[in-house]
Design a protein around this ligand. Sequence first.
Ligand code: ANZ
Ligand code: ZN
Length: 807
Amino acid sequence: MSVYDFKAIEKKWQDTWREKGQYKMDTRQTEKPNYYTLEMFPYPSGKIHMGHVRNYSIGDVVARFKKMEGYNVLHPMGWDSFGLPAENAAIKNGIHPHKWTMSNIEDMKQQFNLLGLSYDWDKEVATSTPEYYKFTQEIFLKFLEAGLAYKKKSYVNWCPSCETVLANEQVVQGECERCGATVIKKDLEQWYFKTTAFAEELLNGLDTLDGWPEKVKTMQRNWIGKSTGANLTFQIDGSDETITVYTTRPDTAYGVTFMVLAPESELVKELVAGTEYEAPVDEFLLKMHKMTEIERTATDLEKEGMFIGKYVINPVNGRKVPIWIANYVLADYGTGAVMAVPAHDERDEDFAKKYNLEIIPVIDEDGIMINSEEFNGMPSKEAFDKIIDKMEEEGKGKRTVNYRLRDWLVSRQRYWGCPIPVVYCDDCGIVPEKKENLPVLLPTDVEFTGKGESPLTTSKTFCETVCPKCGKPARREVDTMDTFVDSSWYFLRYTDNKNTEKPFDSEIANRWHPVDQYIGGVEHAIMHLLYARWFVKAFKSLGMVDFDEPFKNLLTQGMVLKEGSKMSKSKGNIVSPLKIIEEYGADTARLFILFAAPPERDLDWSDQGVEGCFKFLNRVYRLVDELADVAKSSNGEFGKLTSADKDMRFAIHTSLKKVTGDLSEKFGFNTSIASLMELINEMYKYKELENRNDAVIKEGIETIVTILAPFAPHLGEELWQMIGKEGSVFDISWPKYDEKALVKDEIEVVVQINGKVKGRMNIPAEISREDMQAAAMEDEKIKALVEGKEIVKVIAVPKKLINIVVK
Ligand code: ANZ
Ligand code: ZN
């Protein structure tokens, strides 16, 4: 009798796996079918948390199970290693971001190995290494050439504390996602990726993603925000110039009582230049810059605005209406101008009431047009099209589709990011760096003060360069890329991570994509997942890949909570994975986290739950230890089976069937483990029988170990060895359940027609009424007897008889 020494067991198998190269695989091999399972790569903070344990344990079970199912499984891991924390550490502790990052990577990698995760580390990528970012730069240049990357001046979200630009998605309720400072607007020249170029593809693609959670698709649909309506053109009164508005309600055009322009609009400046309105408009503008877009679009925003002294002519009825500016109109949505219909739009109504502007209803309660000249009496739905038709005919309007999605602002005033590989030349303008000069390396002679512009501006060696075109002295771009750029293509790099010529080989990438199963947190539902999808659409348009979507199936796992709330430093309720591994072992940690809740749900940490899983593994260990010799010595011949033997085999194959189904069709980890627990209880009872069958014991023990292995891989290997098997349990094929073992003993039942005995048949003892009826109707003799007659009723008495009533 030995005890479950998890420390020795886990170390032993981790060493063995490493020495044997157990998880090495070749992405170029084509014999077996491919399966690509991928977990979102982490930021290398240096320490794993329970969220990682959950994410990566889920992925590991999938990878191990798929491999045993016969697939060539790609299961890589890497590091999203550019980013602000490394730079902050440099400012605080004077450590270079590169050094800090690499040492964190080493630490985390070791912790991943302690968890027994089956990664092929030969596929590792770290986005902050020149080997990787060289290609991030090459991709940037490809986008630049294709017009998918461009530079423009615009009002951007600026965090005065981090002194950097933020994407809309990084502004949370008007505050910087990272430091919480109030975000302001700044007018800057910035680099953008043209995400809007694929707005329609990004939207339509969602319909093909059957393997994605509905809620994630809905979030993306809302983010893309497609609407249909019309652009209508209004003549400025007393001028040849026009203003075009975007409206989703052309049917309300006769109810326009004023026009509202975004205060930032260039046109406003022109319209008020030299008038008494110029100074107050300027003042109003300054006030607006302190507000974020989120605040400005909030429905409870206190509407504010002012008349700017000019009028426009409504194209549908020639009516003259005043032009206002207001805080609720955004410069970069639609055309930045709104035809205000206070009778039918809440925002316009609030505004009109506040400033005493006219309100004209144009649709009655039944949805019928009123106050709309020739359209009166028409359902508004019909008028929607008719009014656009009229405007199109008169050349004053056009059917238009609009998206809420904006182009992606990718430049950041940071050091620890991928340098944007362009050069500014006084003669040639913006010049892309030559491909052979990539990577544009991050310099080391920089100062990290945490103040002022990008630290890259402090490096002379970096800033001063020569123009790739004319050879004259020139300056390098000092902005780096948003780290979401790095993580938008890493999954492609994994398939061909040693390639020194290009980001990846298209043929290999095509063979492995889309990723069969992507697993990660729902917090990435919009940004990361949308950007990665956009990259694939862009790559496809450039002929680099031949598929449309990066991730075929997506699992968004729930959070790990403690007493109902998120684990956090401030709450002091963090459970350290390393401590759990130390006390109970990685297999217990994995088992608990997979057993405690279905993967997409939140999971509440429970010390008793962990203890329970630890006890269970001990129980498995003792069982296998006790029966190992029997399992080893049995030749596997069942001989004549007693009904107890048959019951045991029924339990074994029921469990195997359940687990196989739960793992291959859904992520039924918790139900699989529950089924394994039941099987073990049955085995404990069965082994006590005096006339137990050794071959059944052998079959049971082997099945138990195989089912356990993907969840608790170290113990799985150990037990496999204990029962005399050679090699890794992960090299065997996943066992097939035996249909015959699932059929319980047969018994004889009587078949009657209209109450008269007409025959007997053998059917399984445990069979439902419905199956019993079906069996009777299939019997040739009975079939002949009831042919041509109408069956009025079938009465089935389980284990006894079945009576068919006919007319
Ligand atoms: C007249 C109207 C009448 C409107 C009505 C709505 C209701 P979605 O659906 O989100 O695309 N709009 C257009 N550009 C805007 C901007 N830059 N800032 C703020 N609001 C803007 O919204 C389109 C509607 O939002 C447009 O249709 C316009 O108001 C307003 F009963 O035109 B509507
Ligand atoms: Zn030049």
